[in-house]
Design a protein around this ligand. Structure first.
Ligand code: MEV
Length: 448
């Protein structure tokens, strides 16, 4: 059997979990038994819990552990939070914690939800007379609302539902392309399933209207539904977080940097991220380091949040920083405005055992409170990164963590770790430098 044939399989999804694990271990690894055992060892000891985890995705072989950490001391709107974070990058949680503590003694974070509207679209082609459809739109709207009333009843009882809709014409860009754009309020749920269900029903409603409305005789031939789906761009589901302090209270700072110098350099660094997309992408990545970690820990969709955030960052046609800074009348203010479509009910939020615990740790917040927390963490993360960049340089903080990871990888013992931290206190850390240090250390101990 050729290598290609060996690694091809049909009906993989039908295999039992054990069968899948065996097939993968046997076909892709030199030591199948060891791999089988290793992946098997990450299965949850509680069968029920494992079933829940397996239900989240497909073709699961095992679980992929990620660090679940916390950043304490987040004072947000005069309330203290310990924030759960799931992230694979070292230094992020430490930086968020340091920024939280720093701002805790300077009034904390102020956060405010500005709007909570979500969007969805039915994309379609209309080959007929569009002015007719436009004229009938008020009637179409009523029919679509009535048609979806059963689906929206529960959400409406919670204060949400369909808010408004528009008929849009894009036929100047693509022949016959028109769109039904719909706004939703989904309360404490992220609302993806709800929105998609409503939109698909509306698409059918549009077809029924075209078929049955007397004035549109034969119009079903004019209409072709292309797709119905929510938009992950939710610029009207917006939150603002900010921190502010008189400049003289920004100190004391590392490396003898003055508070004035920090404020001025910080301001310029943020301006650079507003001007230059190359810097803006890195700057915003730093914001998402914090945001994604909390979004993931609370069982929310971090890809949706990232897609939206980046689209928002480019809303004026140029990709820019999501945060802004001002230094006025002796006061330093740093602010983040970002759309965040989050939920605290539904989806993974209550299904994933640790997402449930994360929300409990945060005091079971509403979706809007979670938006305020997440935006504050994003701002804290951004503050920590930019402060490091304009003072000590980013590697100063990273290196301790980096050193720790290299020592772990090289299997250093406790004594070697201690010696390495002392040795690299004022030296550049690299993989080869740490290996050379350990070799020299080992030789020295052999000679003793
Ligand atoms: C690293 O994960 C994030 C930073 O690059 C962000 C930034 O440059 O602002 C440190």
């Amino acid at each position: 059997m050729s290598e290609k044939e060996k690694k091809h399989i049909s009906g993989f999804s039908k295999l039992s979990k054990m069968g899948k694990l065996r097939w993968v271990a046997e076909n892709f690894f030199r030591d199948p038994e060891a791999v089988f055992k290793e992946l098997r060892s990450y299965w949850h000891e509680d069968e029920q819990q494992q079933k829940v985890l397996d239900s989240i995705s497909e073709n699961t072989l095992s679980n992929f552990p990620m660090p679940f950490g916390v950043a304490p001391n987040f004072l947000i709107n005069d309330r203290m939070y310990t924030v759960p974070m799931v992230i694979e990058e070292s230094s992020v949680v430490a930086a968020a914690s340091a920024a939280a503590k720093y701002w805790m003694t300077r009034g904390g974070f102020k956060a405010e939800v500005l709007s909570t509207r979500k969007e969805g679209q039915v994309h379609f082609l209309w080959q007929g007379d569009f002015s007719k459809l436009k004229k009938l739109f008020p009637e179409i709207k009523v029919q679509l609302i009535n048609r979806t009333s059963q689906i929206t009843a529960n959400m409406q009882a919670r204060g949400g539902g369909v808010l408004s809709m528009q008929l849009l014409d894009f036929s100047d860009q693509e022949p016959h392309y028109r769109q039904l754009r719909v706004q939703f309020e989904t309360c404490d749920s992220m609302g993806a399933n709800f929105i998609n269900t409503v939109l698909e029903e509306m698409a059918q409603g549009l077809e029924a209207f075209a078929k049955n409305y007397p004035d549109l005789q034969g119009a079903e031939r004019d209409l072709q539904i292309i797709m119905a789906i929510l938009s992950n761009y939710t610029p009207d589901c917006l939150v603002r977080a900010s921190v502010s302090s008189p400049i003289e209270k920004l100190g004391p700072l590392k490396n003898g940097v003055s508070a004035e110098a920090l404020a001025q350099k910080f301001y310029t660094a943020v301006r650079i991220a507003q001007i230059d997309p190359y810097r803006a992408a890195t700057h915003n990545k730093g914001i998402f380091n914090g945001i994604d970690a909390v979004v993931l820990a609370t069982g929310n969709d971090f890809r949706a949040v990232e897609a939206c955030g980046h689209a928002y960052a480019a809303r004026d046609g140029r990709y820019r920083s999501l945060s802004s800074c001002s230094v006025e009348d002796g006061v330093f203010t740093f602010e983040l405005e970002i759309p965040l479509a989050l939920g605290t009910v539904g989806g993974l939020t209550k299904l994933h055992p640790l997402a449930k615990r994360s929300l409990e740790m945060l005091g079971n917040p509403s979706a809007t409170e979670l938006m305020e927390i997440v935006a504050s963490v994003g701002l804290a993360q951004n503050f920590a990164a930019v402060r490091s960049l304009v003072t000590t340089g980013i590697q100063y903080g990273h290196m301790r963590m980096h050193l720790n990871n290299i020592l772990l990888e090289l299997g250093a013992n406790e004594e070697q770790e201690k010696a390495a931290f002392e040795h690299f206190k004022d030296k550049v850390v690299s993989y080869s430098a740490v290996r050379a240090f350990l070799n020299a250390w080992n030789e020295k101990s052999d000679n003793i």
